[in-house]
Ligand binder design. Structure first.
Ligand SMILES: Cc1cc2nc3c(=O)[nH]c(=O)nc-3n(C[C@H](O)[C@H](O)[C@H](O)COP(=O)(O)OP(=O)(O)OC[C@H]3O[C@@H](n4cnc5c(N)ncnc54)[C@H](O)[C@@H]3O)c2cc1C
Length: 477
């Protein structure tokens, strides 16, 4: 192994092969669910170095775990405990190669931090709409690797819909130059879309051409209280009808989720939710208008008037300024942190057709309450995309660690069986990683699994790219 490390030092420079010392930032996942041990962390500076590293690893039969910001939530970016895997960190590859204003696109390297790309687009008077709470740390390579969603999907789509082309290093250490930036290209199998969402198991993304958009003339945010989940889905339909392409955000939050924000972040002012008889659900809506603020406000007012008339909104506030809008978004983005403050919990990132969500929630809430008395449900998420973070917290007096140890399997079983019964997905946006390999095995159809194994075998026959992520190592395992 020391011979391999020597060759890798020769390729990327000795200071970029981290072998000793504290490597916890690379070896432990963001949620601290898994801690592995790497043979080394290798930090190439460009695509040719990535390709050379892969060739050396392939020759040595050493597996590679691609890593960006290590903010993934499915344990896909950290090594196993064997001490034999290389973590390939792309963070040094953070150049912006080109901004093509006429094509409304830019070509950026995989290690670019998402927030830096948003700021760059903004400086150019344009919009890069991918937005998620980890944007200060996650990289575009990781966003593509997981096909990240976030808060603007209802209008702009997942990362896949934002991508026009990729540059990828294959498992054999060859470079696929697919950065044409074309919006139409029906020339055979869609390799770009195959790579996106493959969580580092089919190739290493080294650069991408991403779409840019005109900046909206005005953005307005509203926060509404609702009598039930069915009203939230009804409001979503009205928002599509009244705002059209202006609807850029539609987030739902349950009362208990907001009560945790109030408890753990008392400095935040949460509209309506602190009241004694607080309504059970809340929605954060964003309207991005291409004309003017006045036009945006008029459309919002028409929407809310209709929603009040229909009885699907009980109360609503519309932000008066950008800073008020930020404060409202901050409430929504604080839920995961407030939940963590309350103690360890069991997370689910599920999607179900929006029309079926009210029935699903009624069913799953009742089931969990019956099977685990006192259990607390932290339900929130991107309802505009049919995506709920349907998380489960220990009963109030319970020890979260004991709860996790004793109830996690049962809770997951109840939730995922219900999701399957409602025709949904057990992973909407966080991917499969190493955490949910058994769930994919259980809930994906045998035909789909066999095609996935065939693709993996064809592109990475040695199985050196992120083994143990997404697929069990053999089809029957
Ligand atoms: C607070 C918080 C909020 C979040 N909110 C959201 C959200 O709203 N929506 C959402 O979808 N996700 C969300 N996430 C999850 C996470 O931020 C995303 O999955 C993000 O896209 C991961 O980017 P990363 O650079 O950190 O990737 P990493 O965590 O480093 O890697 C993730 C996966 O991609 C692979 N990978 C990384 N780089 C490459 C590459 N260059 N080529 C090939 N494969 C690669 C890794 O091997 C791994 O399998 C959130 C996470 C946190 C901590």
């Amino acid at each position: 192994m020391s011979a391999l490390l020597e060759r890798l030092r020769h390729i990327v420079g000795p200071q970029h092969v981290l072998h000793e010392g504290d490597l916890i930032a690379y070896e432990q996942d963001w949620r601290r669910r898994a801690r592995g041990k790497a043979l080394a962390v290798v930090r190439p500076a460009n695509t040719e170095e990535v390709a050379a590293v892969v060739r050396e690893c392939a020759a040595a039969g050493t597996s590679i775990v691609p890593q960006g910001g290590n903010t993934g939530l499915s344990v896909g970016s950290t090594p196993d405990a064997s001490g034999t895997q290389i973590v390939l960190s792309l963070t040094r590859m953070n150049a912006v190669r080109q901004i093509d204003r006429d094509n409304l696109s830019f070509t950026v390297e995989a290690g670019c931090i998402l927030q830096n790309l948003q700021e760059l687009a903004d400086k150019e008077g344009l919009l890069f709409p991918l937005s998620l709470a980890a944007e200060g740390s996650c990289t575009i390579g990781g966003n593509l690797g997981t096909n990240a969603g976030g808060t603007q999907v209802v209008r702009y789509g997942n990362t896949r819909e934002l991508c026009l082309g990729l540059e990828v290093v294959t498992a054999q250490g060859e470079i696929w130059h697919g950065l044409k930036g074309l919006r139409k290209d029906n020339t055979g199998y869609d390799l770009r879309n195959l790579m996106i969402g493959s969580e580092g198991t089919l190739g290493i993304i080294t650069a991408a051409t991403m779409k840019l958009f005109p900046k909206p003339a005005a953005q307005l945010t509203a926060f509404a209280a609702l009598p039930d989940m069915a009203s939230a889905v009804r409001l979503l339909g009205l928002a599509h009808e009244f705002l059209g392409a202006g609807l850029t955000g539609f987030e739902v939050m349950g009362r208990f989720a907001l009560s945790l924000v109030i408890k753990h972040m008392p400095q935040l002012r949460v509209p309506f939710a602190g009241e004694a008889e607080a309504p059970p659900y809340y929605v954060l809506l964003e309207n991005s208008d291409s004309e003017s603020e006045e036009h945006a406000r008029q459309r919002f007012e028409a929407l809310l008037e209709r929603a009040f008339g229909d009885g699907c909104v009980l109360d609503a506030v519309v932000a008066e300024s950008l800073s008020q809008a930020h404060d409202l978004w901050h409430i929504r983005e604080s839920i995961p942190l407030a939940q963590a403050e309350e103690g360890l919990n069991i997370k689910h990132d599920i999607s179900i057709a929006a029309s079926r969500i009210p029935a699903f929630v009624e069913h799953a809430d009742a089931l969990l309450a019956r099977e685990i008395p006192g259990v607390r449900l932290v339900n929130f998420g991107h309802l505009g995309d049919g995506n709920l973070h349907y998380n489960v917290q220990a009963p109030e007096q319970g020890d979260p660690k004991v709860f996790l140890r004793e109830q996690e399997d049962l809770v997951n079983h109840l939730v995922y069986e219900a999701v399957a019964a409602f025709g949904g997905s057990f992973s909407a946006e966080h991917g499969v990683g190493a955490l949910k390999v058994d769930k994919l095995q259980k809930y994906q159809s045998p035909v789909a699994l066999s095609m996935m194994h065939a693709i993996k075998q064809a592109l990475d026959p040695q199985g050196i790219l992120n083994p143990g992520c997404i697929l069990a190592s053999t089809p029957s395992a």
